[in-house]
Design a protein around this ligand. Sequence first.
Ligand code: PAD
Ligand code: ZN
Length: 394
Amino acid sequence: MVRRGIVTSRSVHLTTCQNGPSRRGVPSESESWLMLAAVLRNTGDTDLDVTDTIEVNDPGPDDVIVKITHTGVCHSDVSAMNGTIPQPVPAVLGHEGAGVIEAVGDNVTEVSVGDHVIVVWSPPCGACQFCVGHKSPNLCTTVQFGSMMIPHFREGGSDVNAMAGAGTFAERTLLPKQAVVKIDDDIPLDIASLIGCGVMTGAGAALNTAKVAPGSSVIVYGAGGVGVAAIQGARIAGAAEIVAVDLNDAKLDDAKRFGATHAVTPDDVEGISAEITGGDGFDYALECIGNPITMRAAFDAVRRGGTACIVGVGRPEEMVQFSAFELFFMEKTLVGSYYGGTDVRSDFHKLLRLYKYGKLDLEGMITRRITIDEINPALEAVRRGEVIRQVIEF
Ligand code: PAD
Ligand code: ZN
């Protein structure tokens, strides 16, 4: 259900949103739309406030406004609520989204009104040492941190932040132009939204960060949206064995649909490792939960010389311990993976081509489609580990 109201203000002229986009530019005096958004009022709240009192701010010369059509619910949204991921409040949460460009600032030539786009929660500036020198554009913070400093929304006279500079749990959001990747109009936007976080993160962790090799053995901890994408990434890379580990039995069945050759609860990891690797350990482990215990378990699950890749996000104060001897003796690679080590400009399109030819199952990852009014039960389902992805449709 969508409720909208009109107010008179200095805000962007969004007359396009009823009948489809028709104009470019940062407009002048006019009416703006109040819109539905899900707001975190206080860190520690277990519910978001679904309200129609939020407005999007005017785009600057290098900004765009995206009409969000679809946004996935990721565990990181839950983590922003409970303080695992630091997030100034009040904030519109959501960071996995896709939609249509509704307005562009004067300097924006890369996209136009009406373009279909995926939202990028960590956009590369394209010019800094991380983007150019280190060839790690996922680690560029220039645009993201700059964007996070600017309130994207307002409510009455007060500022409202956007999670990770994205804020996709709203009918529209304000983004720097680098934070959108244009896609073809025939790609379903619900599918596209998943690429914006969970799918890129999980598949990218397997393909870009761990660089899973053909014929190798892989164990993936956690079969939520990120873990299922990691399983698919490992399958695409040509892994021989892919073991999914999850507490939830239903998730073990799910994991097999996406390419896991084996699926076990944590208690059975040792047994399956003995069966597949003779007890040496797996070539790769991908931790897609965010728990220090499973991070340590992932490190333990790989063989001497193997790679443990940590994708899950734990609290800043939580620690994982390593023996000062084992690091040398086991010669394992321990690597974090931020946004799947992606260069979004090329990787989003690669993943969409894999989807197009049936090699990446994105449709099957959508457990349910919901409205923004159903966000709180949806977040609870994520906490209980019951779902792969839930997609909000506006
Ligand atoms: P999710 O909640 O959909 O999936 C987590 C899965 O782990 C669920 O199926 C749970 O049942 C399972 N699980 C929980 N605890 C255990 C346990 N102790 N043993 C075995 N299984 C368990 O989460 P998600 O897939 O949306 O996200 C996973 C993590 O990835 C989370 O920490 C999120 O914040 C992180 C993430 N990282 C990045 C990044 O850039 N590295 C990006 C996006 C998300
Ligand atoms: Zn996410």
